[in-house]
Design a protein around this ligand. Structure first.
Ligand SMILES: [Fe+2]
Length: 395
């Protein structure tokens, strides 16, 4: 680093119980009378949209509802959503859901702000490929992001992850221009999230904080925010999983997920995400489950490179069991604390337990190394052989 730190801070963020009901007033304040509300059928069935629709109606905002968002959004689904937006004549996007709805909304924004003939894969930030420059903020419709999980932090990050079904690969799109215009983060929307998804998304948030904290691109001003996020997860993820309607725990988790999103926007991630992405594209694993099986081993592999920073993580996550002697023991405590947490919230510890076919490992290691740029900020140098080893160990 040449002495210049680059921070990507989110725009307006409103966080707390009831924040989602601000949507009508916020859309109105942007001077918009017709919003395109994107979500997935699951959110619709849970009735989570009702108070939002009421808030938009009270503000006199006309709404076109689009509930065709799919899990792990692919190229075709993004183009389909952009076409529907064009056809209805809306002037802004309200994205409601987990990572899939928000990522579809963000990728669609890129398409809407760019030339008509551009495809979403042209904006890909894949290793070795040149991305089409992102449109300017003023050329894209405003996006109000409303998360219904506490995990991806997508509501405050500038990226979207899209699946290329033909290539069996995921790719990222986005630049600083793509930060959502406004985020409304409401823990009440996460109360109906079942324990397995609470666990998987919560571990995803933890991995963002951990990978950002040890990233080669880590930046000092974010350290206290990241450690606060890790502390919140250590104190409240178990509660959120085992007592789903505990609003206090849910509030802590949405804050931790937001801090994770802010952390990765500036610091980026590491090899755990490069490894986990392949498990979703090759074996259809939920992103958070993929993270859970890869995170402890990948942390252990990095430990010798930056034991002090792992010691900070262990202290924030599980201070009550922190050993007091050497820095390497204190660093190793972070790995043990993460393993304990994963076990306590019922996530699988091994790739075999998660139902992944062992024969996929060589192809996944190759794809992680050759196509996924996330490992480039891993604290310890890593190559395809080491990645294969990490998959083998996790198996
Ligand atoms: Fe993630």
């Amino acid at each position: 680093m040449a002495g210049i730190s680059t921070y990507l801070w989110p725009g307006q963020v409103h966080i707390g119980a009831g924040a989602a009901k601000l949507v009508g007033a916020q859309v109105q304040a942007l001077g918009i009378s017709h919003a395109f509300l994107m979500t997935d059928p699951g959110i619709l069935a849970l009735g989570l949209l009702d108070p939002l629709m009421q808030s938009l109606a009270d503000a006199g905002v006309h709404v076109t509802r689009y509930d065709d968002v799919i899990p792990n959004p692919d190229i075709e689904s993004v183009h389909r959503a952009a076409k529907a937006y064009h056809l209805c004549g809306a002037e802004s996007i309200v994205g409601v859901g987990g990572g899939s709805a928000l990522d579809t909304a963000k990728a669609m924004r890129l398409l809407l702000g760019g030339p008509n003939d551009a495809g979403i894969s042209e904006y890909s930030t894949r290793l070795g490929a040149e991305a089409r420059p992102a449109p300017q903020v003023c050329d894209m419709p405003a996006l109000i992001a409303i998360p219904t999980t506490a995990g991806t932090g997508s509501e405050v990050t500038p990226w979207a992850v899209i699946t290329d079904k033909k290539e069996k690969a995921k790719f990222g799109v986005g630049t600083g221009n793509l930060l959502p215009t406004i985020a409304l983060i409401d823990p009440e929307l996460t109360l109906s999230l079942p324990p397995d998804l609470t666990a998987a998304t919560g571990i995803d948030a933890l991995s963002h904080l951990i990978e950002a904290y040890v990233s080669t691109n880590h930046q000092a001003a974010l350290d206290p925010l990241i450690l606060r996020g890790i502390e919140l997860i250590g104190q409240h993820l178990r509660e959120a999983v085992h007592q789903p309607d505990n609003l206090h725990a849910r509030t802590a988790m949405v804050e931790a997920a937001m801090l994770g999103g802010i952390a990765i926007s500036s610091n980026w991630l590491g090899a755990c995400h490069a490894l986990a992405h392949q498990l979703s594209s090759f074996a259809d694993l939920h992103h958070g489950v993929a993270i859970a099986v890869m995170l402890p081993g990948q942390m252990a592999n990095n430990l010798s490179e930056t034991p002090e920073r792992y010691a900070d993580i262990g202290q924030a996550l599980e201070p009550q069991l922190m050993p007091g002697n050497t820095v390497s023991k204190r660093g190793a405590h972070a790995v043990k604390a993460v393993r304990r947490l994963i076990g306590d919230i019922g996530l699988p510890a091994r790739l075999g337990d998660a139902g992944v076919d062992q024969s996929l490992i060589p192809a996944m290691a190759s794809s992680a190394y050759l196509k996924d740029f996330n490992w480039t900020t891993n604290p310890r140098a890593i190559d395809q052989v080491a990645m294969q080893q990490l998959y083998d160990e996790a198996y």
